[in-house]
Design a protein around this ligand. Structure first.
Ligand code: NAP
Length: 251
């Protein structure tokens, strides 16, 4: 039997892309998945896909950047499932704009979703996990938050670099409650987030030249690393950030 059988995993931004792959990977292992997203539009497909797994998924709508909504979501998940064993902070946005042209709104929204969101979720879920004796958290950062950086994405890069730092500090503080916290840093993965950029053949050719494995990644390849970090096989790992990027960044 899988060690995730009947475990409760809250995954944010689970309506599509990497979040959906993570939610379905947990459900495939028999987990009870609390699948969050902003709207039901895509989330309904995640819930439907989970129906053919040994686990289950239920929808919990919330904007992860809003404290009241996150608190209400965490309460609702606890009411529905009784506990929360795993938190995956995956929801994210990536606006493209040069520093000189970026709107204040884009800056604020990016930091609110990508950095404040994980803080709010880790705080609310951390209280639940501390009460129940432990748990595990994974924050989906990006190789853009490492030395790599990314042109015309200053808000995104700042948010992901901040998320890696927040992961370390959360791991340091929450270890006392038997809660492990790690970050996963994807490279370029084939999802909606990269759909526009993937139309640009020259851009894709450049990306592929930079990736030793010579291809883009799949959402399931990010999910595999997340499940490993949430498993007991990773029981002595906390405060770390791991790249899943075909070798694009080696640090
Ligand atoms: P995606 O396809 O754009 O999916 C992101 C999901 O998050 C969407 O379902 C979106 O909902 C949801 N979301 C956005 N804002 C939210 C909010 N405030 N509250 C709740 N849900 C929200 O993105 P992805 O490619 O799967 O990326 C997932 C994560 O991986 C992100 O954190 C991203 O930064 C990171 N990442 C991705 C790549 C890549 O190449 N794809 C690389 C590095 C890191 P809506 O559909 O309603 O907007």
């Amino acid at each position: 039997m899988s060690e995730f059988q009947d475990k409760v995993a809250l995954v944010t931004g689970a309506g599509r892309g990497i979040g959906r792959a993570i939610a379905l990977a947990f459900a495939a292992q028999g987990a009870r998945v609390a699948a969050n997203d902003l709207t039901p539009i895509h989330l309904d497909q995640t819930i439907a896909a989970a129906a053919s797994t040994p686990g289950e998924a239920r929808a919990f709508l919330a904007d992860v950047s809003k404290k009241m909504e996150v608190q209400a979501m965490v309460e609702a998940v606890r009411d529905a499932f009784g506990r929360i064993d795993v938190l995956v902070n995956n929801a994210g946005v990536e606006p493209h704009a040069s520093l000189l042209k970026m709107d204040e709104w884009d800056w604020d929204r990016t930091l609110a979703v990508n950095l404040k969101g994980p803080f709010l979720s880790m705080q609310s879920v951390g209280r639940v996990m501390a009460e129940q004796g432990g748990g595990v958290m994974v924050n989906i950062a990006s190789i853009a938050g490492r030395a790599h950086g990314l042109k015309d994405r200053s808000a995104y890069v700042a948010s992901k670099m901040g998320l890696i730092a927040l992961t370390r500090e959360a791991a340091r503080e929450l270890a006392a409650y038997n809660i492990r916290v790690n970050a996963v840093c994807p490279g370029r993965i084939e999802t909606e987030m990269t759909a526009d950029l993937r139309q640009d053949e020259a851009m894709v050719a450049r990306w592929l030249r930079e990736v030793p494995l010579g291809r883009l990644g799949q959402p399931q390849e990010v999910a595999s690393l997340v499940l490993f970090l949430c498993s007991s096989r990773a029981g002595y790992i906390t405060g770390q950030a791991y790249n899943v990027d075909g070798g694009r960044v080696m640090c």
